[in-house]
Design a protein around this ligand. Sequence first.
Ligand code: HEM
Length: 143
Amino acid sequence: MFRFFITSLSALSFTLSASAQAQADNLYQALGGSPGIARVVDQLIVEIQQDARISPQFKETNMKRLAELLKEQLCVVSDGPCQYSGDDMLTVHAQLGIKSAAFNALVEDLQAAMHKNQIPFPTQNRLLARLAVMKKDIVVSAP
Ligand code: HEM
């Protein structure tokens, strides 16, 4: 009976640590889920608007709508339970003439937004790596 108790206890602790590990592996959870992503995106919008390097490119943009779409997109990209309802990155950015320097500036703004929300560096880098693959669709190719 005692042996059974010990065996079930260790099985339980294995299950718990396996699920804790699964949570840590889940980027969406590591970012703080939906409220965590919302805080990061809201701060990102502030950073963009204060960033003279790229703010002019957003002067015609509905920033409220952009924030909502970015929240959906970052949720999907981090394996969260969401759907992205915006257009694809190539279509959205095709006519904007975005240069590599502007892309890097936005990445720095996102880093600042995550830093201000206490997102640890390894988690920041996991998200940035998933966004980096979009660069080819967002930036105009060099002539
Ligand atoms: C990883 C980098 C980026 C991501 C994930 C991203 C994502 C998005 C998303 C989700 C939208 C909304 C899509 C829609 O309207 O259906 C959007 C729109 C937009 N993005 Fe980006 N973007 C990135 C980089 C940039 C950069 C570097 C710039 C310029 C400096 C930029 C400028 C814009 C502008 C101006 C719009 C609004 C277009 C409009 O009003 O029709 N984006 N972006």
